[in-house]
Design a protein. Structure first.
Length: 263
């Protein structure tokens, strides 16, 4: 008997999950141009802001933070969006059109392991992005988070990454073909990023209320709180994120297709 088949089911599932995560990582790094810009773009943005706002003092406009302290948190959030929403939606749409998902479906690999492997890969990429941004921010004088804040930071990052992965797969299920994927993804994301105060703080009551019910601003606020304010859990914002993640998961499960849509 093959030794693999004699493994207990849980160990076998863990082995397959690890294999899938490793596969996703290898696939990612075999496209060095994409990997390079995934990590370099947010670092370049925060470095530019560091040059512009280095030495700034806390301001009410930035909710009592320095400008650079504010942007370290919001650019970290948008980097997670890029890794867990934008790239995932485009990759899933492309793999479906190229027939990769159909071939995966024909293998013994359980569907939940395939998507959990994708999720773990996206979370890993997002975490590396955040650490790079925090490191560059430290070079420009933004304090590195203390040990007491890391539990809240970790919970916020994992919940946010999971929610945006679910939303990414949900959006991918609505995209007709891979060529349309980047446009559809950015059409959804671009206004949300600006309405949520990623690049400029939003103080207007109506806009704040509307954006607060959408997923991006709560993630910004939760990460801001974990990184630079009290260091505690922003329970309301995390609840909004969880609700959007659950909604995205429902849409993804109900509408997901393994086969390409006929032209």
């Amino acid at each position: 008997m093959n030794p693999v088949t004699r493994r207990p089911p849980r160990r076998r599932d863990l082995a397959m999950l690890w294999h899938q995560v490793r596969y996703e990582q290898l696939t990612f790094w075999r496209n060095p141009q994409s990997a390079f810009f995934t990590f370099v773009f947010p670092v370049v943005v925060i470095a530019i802001f560091g040059v512009m706002f280095h030495g700034g003092t806390p301001s009410p406009y930035f909710y009592g933070l320095s400008a650079l302290g504010y942007y370290v948190a919001t650019i970290a959030a948008v980097s997670v969006l890029g890794a867990c929403y934008s790239q995932l939606a485009i990759v899933v749409a492309s793999r479906r059109q190229n027939g990769i998902l159909k071939r995966v479906r024909a293998t013994p690999l359980p569907s939940w392991i395939y998507f959990l492997g994708l999720l773990a890969h996206c979370v890993m990429v997002g975490v590396v992005d955040v650490l790079l941004i925090l490191g560059v921010g430290r070079l420009f004088g933004v304090p590195f988070p203390g040990v007491a804040r890391w539990l809240a930071i970790a919970v916020t990052l994992v919940l946010g990454a999971t929610a945006f992965c679910a939303l990414g797969v949900a959006v991918a299920s609505l995209i007709r073909n891979a060529e349309a994927a980047p446009a559809v993804v950015q059409f959804v994301l671009f206004p949300l990023v600006f309405l949520s105060g990623t690049y400029l703080p939003i103080h207007s009551g109506t806009v704040v209320t509307v954006a607060g019910a959408l997923p991006v601003r709560p993630f910004n606020e939760a990460l801001l709180g974990a990184l630079t304010r009290s260091g505690g859990f922003a329970w309301h914002d995390l609840a909004v994120l969880a609700a959007w993640g659950a909604a995205g998961a429902v849409v993804a499960v109900r509408r997901f297709r393994w086969d390409p849509r006929p032209e």
